[in-house]
Design a protein around this ligand. Sequence first.
Ligand code: ARG
Length: 468
Amino acid sequence: MSARKKAQATWGGRFSAGPAELMLRFGESVSFDRRLWAQDIRGSKAHATMLSKVGILTARECAAIVKGLDGIAREIAAGKFVWSEALEDVHMNIESALTQRVPAAAKLHTARSRNDQVATDVRLWIKDQAAAVDAALVGLLRALVELAAANATVILPGYTHLQRAQPVSAAHHLLAYAEMFGRDRTRFAAAAASANWCPLGSGAIAGTTLPIRREITAKLLGFVDAKGRPQVTTNSMDAVADRDPATEFCFAAALCGVHLSRLAEDMILWSTAEFGFARMPDEFSTGSSLMPQKRNPDSMELLRGKAARFQASLTHLLTLTKGLPLTYNRDLQDDKPPLFDAADQILLSLDVAAATLRGTTFNRARCLAAASDPALLATDLADWLVRKGMPFRHAHHAVGRLVALAEKTAVPLDKLSDAAALTADAAFTKGWREVFNLQRGFAARENTGMPGPKAVARELARWRKALR
Ligand code: ARG
């Protein structure tokens, strides 16, 4: 038998020729899906155990299979396992190695197909990765919260349309990102939850006629609910065709990547000479090979760029599955590179963002100078008129006239004379100028979600407690 024919002994029964070299090269996935080896072995051990419980394998056969799989796992972990592209994928590589060592392994693929096997492996992998991403998100959240706490009294302008809008604290600004990354945690958890249903037993498409007990396998693999009850997929066709968990994971990564990218952009702006609000650590900045003075925010630029890659992974999976007829189609084999890439890159990105933030400092004076533009309190002045009974729409106009006057006469808003103010509106009676006090403005903003120092302190305490 030629190597090619032998390689495909799994379905070789009805074939007279093995696949062409070119087809093998085109069709192999072991070069990337070998990453699923630990999940594949876990799945096979659980499957063998279940088969022995229902009498399809003897206890001896099961023990021999489990021992053989453990040996293979050790070999792979030690980098000694020889992977063969001719054996196509991770499943057939492991099964073939096992069969060479343990004759009973010929019974392992009973009541199982690579279709439910790969679905199971990927779900187990997603659950593991979601847990790792969650830990990385917690690390980033801690860095954000500590940077916020250290800069709770740093005042800077908040922006809309990238035009100075109203003063906020650095802490309030940073905690906005904590909200986003906090929601990202729930999205990764949701992806893990939809992965948490065991497809084993779905077979290739229509289950099996053999008396398997799916709950046993599900439980052994940790596909259980909060009370420890096994969760098995409830439609065999859906189970082998579905790639929702991977797509949801990539969506969570794509949106988290967008949040990282927005944070990166703020950091990049803040560290320009024009802003000069913040300084990132040397360890995460780079210089120029030509311009000696340069200090570039490369870590943040790379983070901003990664967002494109996460979106590509998500788009890849959405496009891969759209219009595919039920159930399994070989197209689905290519779901793994984007999923793996999304997981690798999001883990790396979250760590880089956290480490960069841990070494970031704010320039209090530069921030305060930018936030001290009295025009940033124009809205507070309109609120002052509202307190005196003026409808807000009228107050907005009155303050608008005052701002125009300040601009025209090149006098700062808070330095206009009382007489001049009265020409803008008769309501600018004594006391209007008191509004131009940053502390006062902040102290008036203590409602939930606002940037007042007490409100921010409450939020910092809440975050610290949540991240303990
Ligand atoms: N390597 C394959 C994949 O990842 C495993 C499933 C193969 N199933 C099949 N019917 N050819 O999709």
